[in-house]
Design a protein around this ligand. Structure first.
Ligand code: PGA
Length: 255
């Protein structure tokens, strides 16, 4: 079902006490000013998943990654099954930092998505073009390829469990946000290719998030766009007030 979602991706930030303080502050601010219709998700580093997933709040927890293997001799890896076993609900898959710094390719990402779904975890699948790909006007081709290569093997039921995050690589952590027109155009395109591959109902029900320097000042204009269902937030999710302001940035009719 299409939902309004704000997911904070904490990346490799925050020591244990800092992470606890931040989540407690977010919980406090949301108690004062609730946003019941918005799905609120935090993706902390792995070692905090167990504790955070057991907190009784309506904030859901996501892992930032999972192994492409099921179990066994893969030192340092964390499986989808382990993530599910501590009560975590979502997993970010295919973030551009994973694709770039850890050489994750379409085949690896397909395996990760399959393992998430087998373990009843909802993947938040990230796609996005580089600046070079956009300046050479290849952004639509790239997005279609990234989506098709790792998700179009899924049947309708499984595809419907995905959340898509469009994150132009040139906007991540750079302070350069896509304009609302650029973001809306791409989200509409993503919905169109989902509709062509599956059907209009599946496309309409798919939550498509925007990520890339989305913050408390620009979230409102982005979230007003008809095909943008929320955001995947990096830097701005590390400040409780900003994160909660972003959660409250949907037009009232939508939130
Ligand atoms: P940013 O990161 O908001 O800091 O640009 C977004 C992301 O990487 O998901």
């Amino acid at each position: 079902m299409r939902k309004k979602i704000v997911c904070g991706n904490w990346k490799m930030n925050l020591l244990n006490s800092e992470a606890i303080n931040l989540v407690e502050k977010i919980i406090f601010l949301l108690k004062e000013n609730p946003a019941p219709k918005i799905e609120k998700i935090i993706a902390p580093p792995f070692i905090y998943l167990n504790e955070f997933s057991k907190k009784s709040t309506d904030i859901k927890i996501a892992a930032q990654n999972c192994s492409s293997e099921n179990n066994g001799a893969f030192t340092g890896e964390i499986s989808a099954k382990m993530i599910a076993s501590v009560g975590t609900k979502y997993v970010i898959i295919g973030h551009s930092e994973r694709r770039n710094y850890f050489s994750e390719d379409a085949n690896t990402l397909t395996k990760k998505i399959n393992l998430c779904l087998e373990n009843k975890l909802q993947p938040i699948f990230c796609i996005g073009e580089t600046l070079e790909q956009r300046t050479s006007n290849n952004q639509f081709k790239i997005i279609k390829t990234q989506l098709a290569e790792s998700t179009f093997h899924l049947n309708e039921t499984d595809f419907s469990k995905l959340i898509i995050a469009y994150e132009p690589v040139w906007a991540i952590g750079t302070g350069k946000t896509a304009t609302k027109d650029q973001a809306q155009e791409m989200h509409q395109f993503i919905r169109k290719i989902i509709s062509e591959k599956y059907n209009a109902e599946i496309a309409q029900n798919c939550s498509i998030l925007y990520g890339g320097s989305c913050n408390a000042s620009n979230a409102k204009e982005l979230f007003e766009c008809p095909d943008i269902d929320g955001g995947l937030i990096g830097g701005a999710s590390l400040k409780a007030e900003d994160f909660v302001r972003i959660i409250h940035s949907f037009p009232t009719t939508k939130s």
